[in-house]
Each structure stands twice: as structure tokens, then as C-alpha cells.
Design a protein around this ligand. Structure first.
Ligand SMILES: *[C@@H]1O[C@H](CO)[C@@H](O)[C@H](O)[C@H]1NC(C)=O
Ligand SMILES: *[C@@H]1O[C@H](CO)[C@@H](O)[C@H](O)[C@H]1NC(C)=O
Ligand SMILES: *[C@@H]1O[C@H](CO)[C@@H](O)[C@H](O)[C@H]1NC(C)=O
Ligand SMILES: *[C@@H]1O[C@H](CO)[C@@H](O)[C@H](O)[C@H]1NC(C)=O
Ligand SMILES: *[C@@H]1O[C@H](CO)[C@@H](O)[C@H](O)[C@H]1NC(C)=O
Ligand SMILES: *[C@@H]1O[C@H](CO)[C@@H](O)[C@H](O)[C@H]1NC(C)=O
Length: 514
């Protein structure tokens, strides 16, 4: 009799643990992420199946130690109120806010694709609430496979990308969101690249230069839209100070061209890229980790020796910097033979000082962000939580015992409401309409510079002197071709330029900043 009761109680406990097992444990790709203060946030993404878009929001408290096998995610999906489910978006940090832009959005009520023009939303990490900021001016057309990136003066930049429901429409424009003035502005660029770019990474240097690395481009030839990966030794840099583009050919070792990789900037001026795929089968780009030194006149690629190699090859993941650590999260596991078939549900941390992957994270580090932690409050909170849990289980156990004694009836445990959105055919079609390659849409949140990087403004970062693109450098062969009905250029410029590089703006000077 007592045995049966204990058994039943254990079953209930087990069911409860399933009940509280949260989405953070699921495989996920095309999500967004951000580090802000001591918190590492994961937002949205495609979960469990590529047809499910999520509105998950959860975070890790980096002021606490944890084992990387079992990070203690704090799930705030329900309370934070993300305005729509979202995948393939990009996010960037400013102050205590995370701005998320682009990608696919799904209505939370109708569970259908939300086709409204707005894809911009703001997460306030102080109040832990989402909102849709009211911004003046004409926002960029809805798009995907681009990045939003911030400088430290509340300006956000969005460059190129692909129209949401038409893969033949690539953009050549750049928009600036002035978040202090809440205004969108179409940027008048000098010497803008004549080719569009998607699935790239964008890294803001302390000097105000954005380094665009890799990704793919498209050209139109004989009614065919040909896509190819951009040559990773030919960077394009955008100087936000004078809205001018500069091409740069890098020095150092040769690495695979790639798309859907990630990039973080260390405080000493190294851009560490990770993962990504290449070719029409989305095979893993090698080597998986490479370093671009931005303190040399021509930036220099190198491939460090990694002391531990247990981390899978990934794409469609995210990477963020926290102190000396690069946090790589989720994404699809790639290989050298087939398109990715498996999603990752893990995070990994690289010590960027000596390029070693760690297995457990200790908060006992002298990271400048660590001082606001109130441990007494936390301990009190934990004690309270413990008491509450004990009381709940006590009551539950008593109830159960009573019930069992009385009736011996089955106890039914409610299944949790899902925070995921089953896709209607539409989402499937949306994905299917992508040109044959199954895996090339990316959304990687860049390393958003955070307060830990204050000393980095002292690094010297040079800007290339060349202002013309070397047309003799041929792009890699296309990996995919798509028949398009219109014979003319499919690029939607949205700007006063029509794709001729090297011509200065005829319009008023860039920006309203001083
Ligand atoms: C977040 O909320 C706090 C408290 O209301 C406010 O002071 C802060 O300005 C908000 N941050 C953003 C980015 O809106
Ligand atoms: C990621 O992996 C999942 C699971 O195998 C797959 O269904 C999905 O298509 C992959 N995503 C991409 C972009 O390749
Ligand atoms: C890397 O450096 C950390 C200290 O920053 C040290 O604890 C760790 O053992 C080093 N790892 C290797 C493989 O040298
Ligand atoms: C951390 O900082 C303290 C002083 O604030 C210093 O005594 C200690 O050696 C530092 N530890 C490490 C690992 O750098
Ligand atoms: C990329 O460009 C470099 C020169 O900038 C050239 O040497 C290399 O062959 C190119 N790679 C590919 C794959 O086209
Ligand atoms: C794409 O890959 C397949 C092999 O899976 C190959 O036969 C085909 O030629 C490739 N297409 C292009 C455009 O490279």
C-alpha cells in the first residue's frame, strides 16, 4: 500500500519534470541571441522541426557558475510577451535593450505568418518585457538573411539581404535606425558594392568601421539568377563616420568561403569566425574556426590550434562574446558529406585567450561586468523558492495520498501549452520556395559590443586606402542557379544609387549626427 503510494508519487514527480522541461532543451536554429550585462539571451528560432517557429525567450545568468552540459536556463517565454513568433531575425544591443529585426514573424493569435510591414521589436532586459517601438521614417522593406548591428551611440545599421517572400529580390541598400531619435533613415552611401550580400556576418569595430565577412551574393546572367559565396579574402568595410565603403584584400592563410557562420570581436581586435556552410549541399566550411586580426594594415586571417576538438561543426547558430568567452549556441550540425540533418540543443564556450573550449563555466572570473550581483538577495530568493517547492510537494503528496486512499483513481497531469507554432502549409511553402539548396538561410546575431569592451577603443584599426573594387578578382563559381522570369536586374535598390560603385552621393550628406 505504502509502496504503491511512493511509486505513484514518483510517477507524478517524473511527469512534473516533463511538465516543466522547457523549450531551452530543444534543438534549435535560426534563433537570435544577445549578451547584455550578465545575461545571455536566446530568442525565437526554428525548433524541433524546421516548420515550427517559436516565441521562446530564455536566458542564462552568467554571474552563476554552470556545467555546459546542463546550463540553468531561465525561461521567460510566457511573462516576457514577445509580440510574434520569430525566426531568421537578427538582433543587436543598445543600453539595456535588445532590438530584433527581420526574418519570419508569426502571429501569436492566429498562428499564421504575420505579414505586416513591421518586424522590429524591442526587449527591455530591465523590465524583461517586449514592445514594438514607434519609429518614424520609412522602415526597410521586410527582409531576411541580413544583420542589424549597433554602434555605441544608439545607431543601428541594416545592410542588404533578401526580400522575404521573393528570393529573386536582393537589396543593395543600407538603413540606419537612430534609436535615440526613433527614426529610420535610408543611408546615402559612397562607393557602395554593386553586388548584394546575404548570410554574412557584420562586426562593428570600435573605430566605427563595420567589417562584412563572407556570405553569398547573386548575379543575373541570361535570365538566370546565379548565387555564389563571396570570397572571404575580399572583405568590404563600411565606415559609419563618412558612410563610405572600402574593399580590402586580407593577408594570411586561405580558408573556405562560407555563409551562415558567426563572428565575435575580442577586446584586442580579433574577429573570431565560427562554422558556416558552403556549396549547394551546405557542407561544413573548413576550418571551423578562423581568426581575423584587424590590427594589421591589411587584416590577417589565421587558424589557431584548438586544444580541444569536441565541439561539432555548426551553421545557423549564434555566437556572442562575454568577457574572454565566445558563447556558441544551438544551430545545425554540419558535416563534409551531406546537408545538415541534425539540430544542436547545446551551447559551447571558447576561452578566446588560449582557444580552448571549456566544459564548465565558473563565474569566479574577473570580468568587469560582475560587480552588480547581489548574492544575499539571491540566496534569500533561493531559500524562498526552496520553501515554496517543499510546500507545493507536501500539499501535492498529501492530496495524492488522500485521493489514492479514497478512490485509487488515475491522476491526470495536464500537458503544457506549447509556445511553438505548428506551421500551416504556408511556412513550408515559404521554405520550399527557396532555391534548391536546403540550408543557406542564416541569422546569426553578431557579437554585439558590450560594456566589457571599453578598453578596446584604444586598439588601432586601420582603414584601407583603396577605394575601388578590383574587378579582376573573379567570384567563386556559383553553387546554385535559379530561373527568373524577368530579364532585367532583380535587385531592389531602394536607394538613389543604381548599383554603380565608386560614385558619391548626390543627395544631402549622410546622417544627421554631428
Ligand atoms: C527599460 O526599462 C527601464 C525601466 O522602465 C527604462 O529605464 C529603460 O529606459 C528601458 N530601456 C529601453 C531600452 O527602453
Ligand atoms: C537544420 O536541421 C533540421 C533538422 O534536420 C532541418 O530540418 C533543417 O532544414 C536544417 N536547416 C537548415 C537551414 O538547413
Ligand atoms: C586556458 O586558460 C585558462 C585561464 O584563462 C586556463 O584555466 C586553462 O587551463 C587554459 N587551457 C589550456 C588548454 O591551456
Ligand atoms: C581577481 O581580482 C583580484 C583583485 O580584485 C585579484 O586579487 C585576483 O588575483 C584576480 N584573479 C584573477 C584570476 O585574475
Ligand atoms: C579569393 O581572392 C583571392 C585574392 O584576393 C584569390 O587569390 C583567391 O583565389 C580567391 N578565391 C576564390 C575561391 O576565388
Ligand atoms: C549541386 O550539387 C550537385 C551534387 O549534389 C551537383 O550535381 C550540381 O552540379 C551542383 N550544382 C551546381 C550549380 O553547382
Amino acid at each position: 500500500m505504502y509502496d504503491v503510494f511512493v511509486k505513484k508519487f514518483l510517477i507524478i514527480l517524473f511527469s512534473l519534470s516533463i511538465l516543466v522541461k522547457s523549450a531551452p532543451d530543444d534543438g534549435r536554429f535560426a534563433h537570435s541571441s544577445a549578451v547584455i550585462n550578465n545575461q545571455f539571451y536566446i530568442m525565437g528560432g526554428q525548433v524541433n522541426s524546421p516548420q515550427i517557429v517559436s516565441n521562446d525567450v530564455f536566458y542564462l545568468d552568467l554571474s552563476q557558475s554552470f556545467n555546459l552540459q546542463n546550463p540553468s536556463w531561465i525561461d521567460i517565454t510566457k511573462s516576457s510577451g514577445m509580440p510574434f513568433a520569430n525566426s531568421w531575425a537578427s538582433s543587436a544591443v543598445s543600453g539595456d535593450g535588445i532590438l530584433m529585426f527581420g526574418g519570419y514573424t508569426w502571429s501569436l493569435n492566429s498562428r499564421t505568418p504575420d505579414n505586416s510591414e513591421n518586424t522590429l521589436c524591442l526587449f527591455n532586459t530591465t523590465t524583461k518585457q517586449w514592445s514594438i517601438p514607434a519609429v518614424n521614417g520609412k522602415p526597410p522593406t521586410r527582409r531576411k538573411d541580413m544583420k542589424i548591428i549597433s554602434d555605441n551611440t544608439n545607431n543601428f545599421y541594416i545592410y542588404s539581404g533578401i526580400q522575404l517572400n521573393d528570393d529573386t529580390q536582393w537589396f543593395l541598400d543600407m538603413y540606419m535606425l537612430d534609436f535615440s531619435g526613433l527614426n529610420w533613415e535610408l543611408t546615402q552611401m559612397n562607393n557602395a558594392p554593386t553586388f548584394p550580400r546575404a548570410d554574412y556576418t557584420a562586426t562593428m569595430l570600435p573605430s566605427g568601421i563595420i567589417v562584412y565577412i563572407g556570405g553569398r551574393t547573386s548575379v543575373v546572367q541570361d535570365g538566370l539568377l546565379l548565387e555564389s559565396e563571396l570570397n572571404i579574402t575580399q572583405l568590404t568595410l563600411f565606415d559609419t563616420k563618412d558612410a563610405t565603403w572600402y574593399p580590402m584584400v586580407t593577408n594570411g592563410v586561405m580558408i573556405d568561403n562560407r555563409r551562415s557562420h558567426s563572428a565575435v570581436l575580442t577586446s584586442d581586435g580579433r574577429i573570431i569566425i565560427y562554422g558556416g556552410v558552403k556549396g549547394n549541399n551546405s557542407l561544413a566550411a573548413m576550418p571551423q574556426l578562423a581568426v581575423l586580426d584587424t590590427t594589421t594594415t591589411s587584416y590577417t586571417w589565421s587558424v589557431p590550434i584548438i586544444s580541444t576538438q569536441t565541439v561539432p561543426l555548426l551553421a545557423f547558430h549564434t555566437a556572442d562574446l562575454y568577457g574572454d568567452y565566445m558563447i556558441v549556441a544551438f544551430g545545425n550540425v554540419t558535416n563534409g558529406v551531406t546537408p545538415p540533418t541534425q539540430m544542436s540543443s547545446n551551447i559551447y564556450m571558447l576561452d578566446t585567450k588560449n582557444y580552448s573550449w571549456i566544459t564548465s563555466y565558473s563565474s569566479n572570473l574577473n570580468i568587469s561586468m560582475h560587480h552588480d550581483h547581489n548574492s544575499i538577495g539571491l540566496i534569500m530568493g533561493l531559500i524562498c523558492a526552496g520553501v515554496v517547492i517543499i510546500v507545493i510537494f507536501g500539499v501535492l503528496g498529501a492530496l495524492l495520498y488522500k485521493r489514492y486512499k479514497g478512490q485509487g483513481k488515475e491522476t491526470v497531469i495536464a500537458t503544457p501549452g506549447s509556445s511553438l507554432f505548428e506551421n500551416a502549409e504556408e511556412g513550408g511553402n515559404v521554405r520550399d520556395s527557396y532555391v534548391s539548396a536546403s540550408a543557406r538561410l542564416s541569422n546569426i546575431t553578431d557579437n554585439n559590443r558590450n560594456s566589457a569592451n571599453t578598453e578596446s577603443s584604444m586598439i588601432s584599426q586601420s582603414r584601407p586606402t583603396s577605394t575601388t573594387y578590383d574587378n579582376n578578382l573573379s567570384p567563386p563559381p556559383p553553387y546554385v542557379s535559379l530561373n527568373i522570369s524577368r530579364p532585367s536586374s532583380p535587385y531592389t535598390t531602394q536607394t538613389s544609387y543604381t548599383g554603380i560603385g565608386g560614385i558619391g552621393p548626390k543627395n544631402p550628406p549622410y546622417g544627421s549626427r554631428n
